[in-house]
Design a protein around this ligand. Structure first.
Ligand code: UGA
Ligand code: MN
Length: 250
């Protein structure tokens, strides 16, 4: 099966560094299609040039987050959901381009700042309907995710909003592309009022705690980490004001 990997991305000082790291991971993955959706009114030069150089097969879109969902500069980052309209754009592309009658595929949502072991991309190809696995450094824990015995989920290691029907981070599941096409209503709700429930609300449209699939020994391995790049400190840029240096893309 082909992996259709949907990545929202937005402009900030560390964007190119994050995308470069992700690209160089994805270069090791075969049979892979990267759907990269910029949170922007237009496709930026930086991301367009980056994708050309990256060498991974891709489709490039730009969808600006609706004004009422943009983060007010003073409110904490977790007050608004991020990347939802962008992921929905990616799902729309899958619906228009994936033909379940003659293709096999798996959809994965990869944020641009996480850390991925290439092994996760091998394992997720086995996804029959919806699969799940542990994610490192999420929900206030070293790892959050399913606990398995004999390839069955017997428990979840979860502390953040444990009442979520399916407690999982965006990086911890994959969906068979056939299911995406056959369930046209399957989308993220960017207006959801239940903060932290986006993944669970999405997944419960097509699966449940009892039917979601663990992927063999994946249950006992952390192969993806919810890492975050600390903001670049650029406070000394002002010191150089007035001096002329080449304007390097960074
Ligand atoms: C956590 C989850 O891991 C995300 O999958 C989820 O979208 C997010 O919370 C949420 O619920 O809003 P976190 O690390 O806090 O993620 O968020 P970011 O990494 O800042 O953003 C997630 C993705 O959305 C990234 O790929 C980022 O580039 C993109 N994003 C972020 C935008 O497209 N626009 C923004 O304004 C901010
Ligand atoms: Mn992140």
């Amino acid at each position: 099966p082909t992996i259709y990997c949907i990545t929202p991305t937005y402009a900030r000082p560390t964007q190119k560094a994050d995308l470069t790291r992700l690209c160089q991971t994805l270069q090791h993955v075969w049979n892979f299609h990267w759907i990269i959706v910029e949170d922007s009114e237009y496709k930026t030069g930086l991301v367009s040039r980056f994708l050309e150089r990256c060498g991974v097969t891709y489709t490039h879109f730009a969808v600006r987050t609706s004004p009422h969902l943009r983060r007010k500069s003073k409110s904490p980052r977790w007050h608004v959901p991020r990347g939802m309209e962008q992921r929905n754009k990616g799902l729309q592309w899958v619906r228009r381009n994936f033909d379940p009658k003659r293709m096999k595929g798996v959809v994965y949502f990869a944020d641009d700042d996480n850390t991925y072991d290439v092994e996760i991309f091998r394992k997720m190809r086995e996804t029959k309907a919806v699969s799940i696995w542990p994610v490192g450094f999420v929900g206030g824990l070293r790892w959050e995710g399913p606990v398995c015995q004999n390839n069955t989920i017997i428990d979840f290691r979860v502390a953040y909003k444990p009442n979520r029907e399916i407690p999982v981070d965006m990086a911890g599941f994959a969906v068979n592309a056939k299911l995406v096409v056959n369930n046209p209503h399957l989308k993220f709700n960017p207006n959801s009022v239940d903060i932290g429930h986006s993944e669970s609300e999405f997944l419960t449209m097509v699966t449940s705690k009892d039917t979601i699939e663990p992927l063999g020994d994946l249950c006992n391995k952390v192969l993806v980490w919810h890492t975050r790049t600390s903001p670049a400190r650029l406070h000394r840029e002002a010191v150089l004001n007035g001096k002329s240096f080449p304007d390097l893309e960074c």
